[in-house]
Ligand binder design. Structure first.
Ligand SMILES: CC(C)(COP(=O)(O)OP(=O)(O)OC[C@H]1O[C@@H](n2cnc3c(N)ncnc32)[C@H](O)[C@@H]1OP(=O)(O)O)[C@@H](O)C(=O)NCCC(=O)NCCS
Length: 192
């Protein structure tokens, strides 16, 4: 069996517990929670089909797409506290290249408490524990200091900067690529 075959049969768990969070599959009922905080500008560009003004049906479309996405290659975990979806962690897995790209977000009023780091760390750990993928990576706008900090806390290293890569708010900005190889990942006790 080649690497790609092994990856395709790898199973990432749909439910993950951390110290403060429950990670579980996105549900159609999450649309109200998504809608309640997706009006923030920075979320908008993370949500495909986001339109101004963001409407309930946009949130419904997003959760439906995440719910229906192919779990082995496009898993999305809702991060939940007290039964409410407060963020998410997603992976875009390329089995043929044995790697996964990360995306994540946390509800604005809960930021700065280490919750995104806790959630993303749990997913990165599961990737290396439960699949033969050799690399997780993320691309991040260089002005997004909080996101860069999350990646650095998890040990991802800046590997490249694509200069003047994207237009955000009418300005060309740089995009950085952060990478963690399996060989650089440090196993640690699981939260659950
Ligand atoms: C990026 C995001 C997920 C971080 O969520 P969070 O729960 O606040 O993350 P954490 O608390 O785990 O860590 C945030 C870190 O960034 C730091 N930080 C926050 N704002 C910062 C700023 N303006 N400049 C520098 N550091 C900053 C925090 O101090 C913290 O670091 P510390 O633990 O060393 O103090 C959240 O800001 C978000 O949802 N942003 C919008 C979506 C997004 O940008 N997603 C990533 C796309 S690549």
């Amino acid at each position: 069996m080649g690497v790609a075959d092994e990856v395709q049969v790898a199973k990432l768990p749909a439910a993950i517990r951390t110290r403060r969070l429950t990670l579980r599959r996105v549900r159609l009922q999450d649309a109200d929670d998504v809608f309640s905080f997706a009006c923030e500008d920075i979320w908008m560009r993370l949500l495909p089909d986001a339109r101004q003004p963001y409407q309930q049906r946009d949130a419904e479309r997003w959760v439906a797409r995440r719910f229906l996405a192919d779990w082995p290659t496009e898993p999305t975990w809702a991060t939940e506290i007290d039964g409410r979806m407060v963020g998410w962690v997603g992976l875009n897995i390329e089995p043929e290249h044995a790697q996964a790209e990360l995306s994540y977000a946390m509800r604005p009023d809960l930021r700065g408490q280490g919750l995104a780091t806790e959630a993303v760390r749990a997913v990165v750990d599961r990737v290396f524990l439960d699949s033969p993928l050799g690399k997780v990576w993320a691309r991040v706008d260089t002005p997004n200091a909080a996101s860069i900090r999350v990646l650095e806390k998890l040990g991802l290293q800046r590997e490249a900067v694509m200069r003047r890569c994207l237009v955000r708010h009418g300005e060309l900005i740089d995009l950085a690529v952060y990478v963690l190889l399996r060989t650089e990942w440090t196993p640690r006790p699981l939260d659950s």
